[in-house]
Design a protein around this ligand. Structure first.
Ligand code: HEC
Ligand code: HEC
Length: 283
C-alpha cells in the first residue's frame, strides 16, 4: 500500500520539485558568468555556437539571414550576462529565437555550455558601439517619400501591406541582409505571417491568375492550399479564389518588390533608409 501511494502521490511532487530546482538553478546560475574572460571556455563556446546558433546568427556571430549580429556592442534584449543567459535558455517569445533544447538539438545545452557560449560572444563582441552608418532621419523621409517603400511596407503602424511589416526587421536582420533584400529582392523571399494552423509560414511568392471572365490579377500569395489561393494585389485588394474556376494560375519566385538598383536609389540613400530601419528595430 505504501509503495503504491508513493508511486502515485509523489509523482506530482517530483515534477514540482524538479521545477523548483530548475528555477533555483537558473536563479543562482544567472548572476555571474563563472567562465568570464577564460579563453578555453571561449573556444568551447565557439564550437557550441557553430552547432546551435550559427545557422541563424552566422559564422563568427556576425549575423545571418535569420538572426541579428551578436558582435554589436549594443544589444536589444540583453544588457548583461544574466539577461543573455535567460534569452539563450528561454528564447524570445514571438520571434524565431528558440528556447534551449527546442531547436532539434535533443536535450539542449547545459548551464555550463550556455556560459561558455556567452564567454565566446563576449570575446568577439565589439567594445564600443559601431559608428552609426547613415542618417536615420533622412532615411525616414525617403522611406515614406521618394523611395516609396511605405507604399508596400508598414513601419511602426504606418504604411502599406503588400510587403512584410518592417518594424522589427532592423533588430532581427543584419545591415547587409537588409541591403541585399533591397538590391536583390528575389534572391531570398521574405517569410509571411505565421498562422497558428501552419507549421511554416508561407513565403511572399508572386501569383498571377486569370479568372473565369478573363481578368488578370497579380499579387502576393497570402495563403494557399490545394483548392484555393488567397492573394493581395498592389492596391491591397484581397482575393480568395477557387483554383478550379481559374483559367490560369502561375506562381513565381520573382518578388513583387521592384529591384532598387544604385541608379534608382544611391548607396548613400539606402544606407540612410537602413539606418532608419535599424533605429526603429533596435527599440
Ligand atoms: C532559428 C534562428 C535562431 C537560432 C537557432 C538562434 N537564434 Fe538567437 N536570435 C534569433 C533572432 C531572430 C533574434 C532576434 C529576435 C528579435 O529581436 O526579433 C535572436 C536574438 C538573440 C539574442 C539577443 C540579441 C540582442 O540584441 O539582445 C541572443 C543573445 C541570441 N539570440 C543568442 C543565440 C544563441 C547563443 C543561440 C544558440 C544557442 C541562438 N541565439 C540561436 C534567431 C535565432
Ligand atoms: C511594390 C511593393 C514594394 C515596394 C515599393 C517595396 N517593397 Fe520591399 N518587399 C515587397 C514584397 C512583396 C516583399 C516580400 C518578398 C521579398 O522578400 O522580396 C518585400 C520584402 C522586403 C524586405 C525583406 C523583409 C524580410 O523580412 O526579410 C525588405 C528589407 C524590404 N522589402 C525593404 C524595402 C525597402 C527599404 C523599400 C524602399 C526602398 C521597399 N522594400 C519597397 C514589396 C515592396
Amino acid at each position: 500500500m505504501i509503495a503504491k501511494s508513493s508511486i502515485f502521490l509523489p509523482q506530482g511532487r517530483t515534477a514540482l520539485a524538479i521545477l523548483v530546482m530548475a528555477a533555483a538553478a537558473v536563479c543562482s546560475a544567472d548572476d555571474r558568468n563563472p567562465f568570464a574572460n577564460d579563453p578555453k571556455a571561449a573556444k568551447a563556446g565557439e564550437y557550441e555556437f557553430r552547432i546551435n546558433c550559427a545557422l541563424c546568427h552566422g559564422l563568427g556571430a556576425h549575423g545571418g539571414g535569420r538572426g541579428p549580429d551578436l558582435t554589436r556592442a549594443q544589444k536589444k534584449h540583453t544588457h548583461n550576462d544574466a539577461e543573455m543567459f535567460q534569452v539563450i535558455s528561454n528564447g524570445i517569445p514571438g520571434t524565431v529565437m528558440p528556447a534551449n533544447g527546442t531547436n532539434g538539438q535533443g536535450v539542449g545545452m547545459t548551464d555550463e555550455e550556455i556560459w561558455q557560449i556567452i564567454t565566446y560572444i563576449r570575446s568577439v563582441e565589439m567594445k564600443a558601439p559601431a559608428k552609426p552608418v547613415g542618417n536615420a532621419e533622412h532615411g525616414k523621409q525617403l522611406f515614406y517619400g521618394e523611395a516609396n517603400c511605405s507604399l508596400c511596407h508598414t513601419v511602426a503602424g504606418k504604411g502599406g501591406r503588400v510587403g512584410p511589416e518592417l518594424t522589427a526587421v532592423g533588430g532581427s536582420r543584419t545591415r547587409e541582409a537588409i541591403i541585399d533584400s533591397v538590391r536583390n529582392p528575389s534572391r531570398r523571399l521574405a517569410w509571411g505571417l505565421t498562422e497558428a494552423t501552419k507549421e511554416f509560414p508561407q513565403e511572399y511568392e508572386t501569383v498571377t491568375v486569370v479568372t473565369g471572365d478573363g481578368t488578370e490579377i497579380k499579387g502576393v500569395a497570402l495563403n494557399e492550399d490545394n483548392f484555393s489561393v488567397q492573394m493581395m494585389d498592389a492596391s491591397e485588394q484581397i482575393y480568395l479564389l477557387d483554383k478550379d474556376k481559374l483559367r490560369s494560375f502561375k506562381k513565381s519566385r520573382e518578388s513583387m518588390m521592384p529591384v532598387y538598383s544604385p541608379n534608382l536609389l544611391s548607396d548613400k540613400d539606402l544606407d540612410d533608409i537602413v539606418a532608419y530601419l535599424i533605429s526603429v528595430g533596435a527599440k
